[in-house]
Ligand binder design. Structure first.
Ligand SMILES: NC(=O)c1ccc[n+]([C@@H]2O[C@H](COP(=O)([O-])OP(=O)(O)OC[C@H]3O[C@@H](n4cnc5c(N)ncnc54)[C@H](OP(=O)(O)O)[C@@H]3O)[C@@H](O)[C@H]2O)c1
Length: 285
């Protein structure tokens, strides 16, 4: 049987690293796209293709002979450039177009939970859903996963607890079910084989309020919980003020504000528990 090649864009990041690992274990020949080859995790990738997704010319040959493409490329910093329109949207559109031209069978993409419902008020949702729009119009088969927050983002609660106070957004009663990268990777690689278009919301196994997540963080450190409150309206005001000159800062402030306004719960899956993750980090850091 010929080995199937999967191109993983984002393999140098949190989710993409796990996807490369799971795909490798499932028998795919993993080709990682990286702008810096030294950042590709060892042992998970069979080939490294050095290229820059924001520059389409650098992607020539990336998808040669590949059956599947996956992308979790996106911005997770507050600097002005590159911004969500250049990376979350345009770099991923460049990948979709290059994959389509090369005859890739299936493209698996990661958007954000409730992306279609939030795209008019959350720019990063709009940026990523425009990629989904392009996939819908493509000749490839495709799958879109829309996950809740990842464990790596939730590490912020443990960091705040170490400093003595966890800042809750709003009342702290809104619920979310964060997911570990390896659990989401299993769900993503399961879609490499599918045939029809599919859109899946995905959440982790445990549903918590923000306050309960703060309590877990303090409990892992053996400390008494102490909380502060940030009004979502303050974050929304700052998001509006920063929007004209910093799209990244603005969209992440809006995303934080949403945490204090609505639940972010996806269908529960996975086996990794946040309490165990915090206990491990508390011991090891
Ligand atoms: N984190 C969450 O809680 C969460 C929740 C729902 C959805 N998501 C979506 O999932 C995506 C991936 O999350 P993650 O935690 O895996 O992010 P991550 O660890 O920051 O990884 C991001 C990946 O994108 C690449 N990238 C960033 N800027 C780039 C640029 N200018 N040009 C080319 N590549 C670039 C990075 O490459 P380098 O290593 O070269 O920088 C890295 O491989 C997010 O962007 C988000 O849209 C995340």
């Amino acid at each position: 049987m010929t080995t199937r090649t999967a191109v993983i864009a984002g393999a140098t990041g949190y989710l993409g690293g796990y996807v490369a690992s799971v795909a490798h274990d499932e028998g795919y020949r993993v080709r990682a796209l990286a702008r810096d080859a030294s950042r590709v995790p060892e042992g998970r990738c069979d080939e490294v293709f050095v290229g820059q997704a924001t520059e389409p010319d650098s992607l020539a040959g990336l998808f040669d002979g590949a059956e599947v493409a996956f992308s979790s490329i996106g911005v997770r910093h507050f600097r002005r450039h590159p911004n969500i329109w250049e990376v979350d949207m345009q770099a991923n559109l460049n990948l979709v177009e290059a994959a389509e031209r090369a005859g890739v069978r299936r493209f698996v993409f990661v958007s954000v939970l409730h992306g279609p419902q939030r795209r008019d008020r959350l720019p990063v949702a709009e940026a990523r859903e425009r990629v989904v729009d392009r996939l819908r119009a493509s000749t490839m088969e495709w799958a879109v996963l829309r996950p809740t927050g990842f464990f790596n983002d939730l590490d912020a609660y443990l960091d705040m607890a170490r400093k003595g106070r966890v800042w809750l957004i709003g009342s702290g009663d809104e619920r979310l079910n964060p997911i570990h990268g390896s659990d989401l990777a299993v769900a993503a690689v399961a879609q490499f084989d599918g045939a029809s278009p599919i859109e899946l919301d995905v959440g982790g196994p445990d549903v918590f309020t923000q306050r309960e997540i703060g309590e877990l963080a303090f409990s892992a450190l053996g400390e008494t919980p102490r909380f502060g409150r940030v009004p979502p309206g303050l974050l929304e005001g700052l998001a509006s003020l920063s929007a004209p000159f910093n799209a990244n800062l603005s969209t992440f402030l809006r995303m934080f504000a949403l945490l204090g306004r609505t639940d972010a719960v996806g269908p529960c899956t996975g086996t990794h528990h946040l309490a165990d993750h915090y206990r491990t980090l508390a011991v090891n850091r």
